[in-house]
Design a protein around this ligand. Sequence first.
Ligand code: SF4
Length: 247
Amino acid sequence: MSRALRREYLDALGLDSWVLRAPAAAPPLPSLVAPEGSAPLAVPDAAPLAVPDPAPSAGREAGCDWQQLRERVAACTRCALAQTRTRTVFGVGDPAAAWMVIGEAPGAEEDKRGEPFVGRAGQLLNAMLRAIGLAREQVYIANMLKCRPPNNRDPAAGEVAECSPYLDRQVELVRPKILLVVGRIAAQNLLQTTVPLGRLRLKVHVYGPAKVPVVVTYHPAYLLRAPADKRKAWDDLQFAREVATRG
Ligand code: SF4
């Protein structure tokens, strides 16, 4: 990304650098710092990283339209998380978006509100998207699991297996140009790998029969706890933007 273009994005945020302003009464929001003079990231011409064919057909959800899929999720009792959730968290955004953001599972706030990526992590995600020229409303945002695991524990394999057809069908319906997968849990499950997140970054993976390009980065909630990695997230976003543009 050219410095001028980056400047344009940062100006859109009303920022001197990629630092979020917080309302006076609110706790300070974390910042994403666009490193001065950072060079554009090259998207490799090499073939995408090979991953086992996840064959994520929507399975039981094949043929569902949005309304039917939403109703199935709202009534779902396929795993034990149905007993502890407050609300299912289906997804939000443009149903024909070029970008789809996929996280792990709802947290406490999402469980209450029924919307993914709200609260401070959601605000940081919004800022990350805006920094690459995207409004939250322009992307489609969903989680791998539609119900909150108690105490935000990691999803169990059986829960992922039961819930994945819903996400698969969402991807089929949206038909995005790129999947931005945030966080280790979502990345490893989606790509069916145990490779650490650090080695999944800055590579183009593919997902599903449609071979949708996948780029991996850190979860905003993690970046709130580890601000030193925000520079890496900035690199990831520039990389993802290049991939989406190329596609
Ligand atoms: S997590 Fe998914 S599979 Fe489990 S009850 Fe919720 S919607 Fe159903």
